[in-house]
Design a binder for this molecule. Structure first.
Ligand code: G
Ligand code: G
Ligand code: NA
Ligand code: MN
Length: 255
């Protein structure tokens, strides 16, 4: 309960920051997109991870103003990189959106306003949602459909781990499947994970979805994924989440 009260203060105090983790193309590792991830530097407790405070913010409803701040900050940052680095800046920015945000009636309108205010191209925004958030029901699907109408693209995050079914792929207007790290971890051997990762790439190809393998930590995993037909990946092997300054530095170095 106490963290909940402190969350309210933290946004006003500027204690949240955003980091950005590249999504890369295989096999070369060129950046195609950046996923936005929030960090909280608490003045006394130090670093608190989003796995701890996002669920609290969802319960208290604080995720709504916090999510709006995340979206607007990420869009403004991405617009700045595009202005400074042009085509060298990654084409897309990804933002995680929680179940509670999707159920908020004005959510799609808020996204539309944030896009208009920052002048950011809707087609370069990827909204990442978990299958569990979408599976909750009709309102979430309506909201996703409204986002698609704006031109925004939808990624199903942590795919394969939620309480869901493949049937979701028929009803959810997703463009991108992010294959969960748990399937990537065991991909080396003749494991069940490799069988599932192979099935997932077949499904995404057949449905004309883009697959992104998450949590790639070794060169061997990257090679295996590429051999299985994966064209996009993300993980510590390619890059950890980076501060905005680190992103700018890398983009400058690449020019
Ligand atoms: O960045 P990290 O791996 O610590 O993230 C832990 C969890 O918190 C992940 O499930 C991630 O999706 C979630 N998360 C990180 N940043 C955000 C954010 O900006 N918004 C939401 N809703 N979830 C986030
Ligand atoms: O739920 P979501 O997929 O948004 O969560 C992404 C989280 O996974 C982020 O907190 C990010 O820091 C973390 N992450 C990204 N790449 C790797 C990786 O290669 N290994 C591990 N262990 N975590 C990763
Ligand atoms: Na994500
Ligand atoms: Mn994920």
């Amino acid at each position: 309960a106490q963290l909940g009260a402190e969350l309210r203060q933290a946004l006003d105090n500027g204690d949240f920051t955003l980091v950005y983790q590249p999504i890369v193309s295989l096999p070369g590792g060129e950046w195609t997109s950046l996923e936005t991830l929030i960090r909280w530097k608490h003045p006394e407790r130090g670093f608190i991870g989003p796995d701890v405070f996002i669920p609290i913010a969802e319960r208290t409803g604080q995720i709504v103003p916090l999510g709006d701040w995340i979206l607007r900050t990420a869009l403004a940052q991405a617009a700045e990189w595009q202005e400074t680095f042009g085509d060298r800046a990654p084409g897309e920015i990804g933002v995680n959106v929680s179940a509670r945000q999707l159920r908020e009636p004005g959510f799609a309108a808020d996204v539309r306003a944030a896009l208009a205010d920052t002048g950011f191209d809707p087609e370069k925004l990827v909204v990442e949602v978990t299958e569990t958030a979408v599976f909750d029901g009709g309102i979430a699907l309506d909201t996703l459909q409204n986002l698609v109408t704006l031109g925004v693209r939808i990624a199903l995050d942590d795919f394969g781990t939620g309480h869901s079914s493949l049937g979701l792929l028929r009803t959810c207007p997703a463009d991108i499947l992010k294959v969960d790290k748990s399937f990537v971890d065991g991909i080396g051997g003749r494991s069940e994970e490799a069988v599932i990762a192979t099935a997932m790439i077949q499904i995404t190809n057949g449905l004309h979805l883009q697959a992104i393998a998450e949590g790639v930590e070794t060169a061997e995993q990257a090679e295996t994924l590429h051999r299985l037909g994966y064209r996009y990946a993300q993980g510590y092997h390619f890059s950890r989440p980076l501060s905005p300054e680190q992103v700018s530095e890398q983009l400058r170095a690449a020019s």
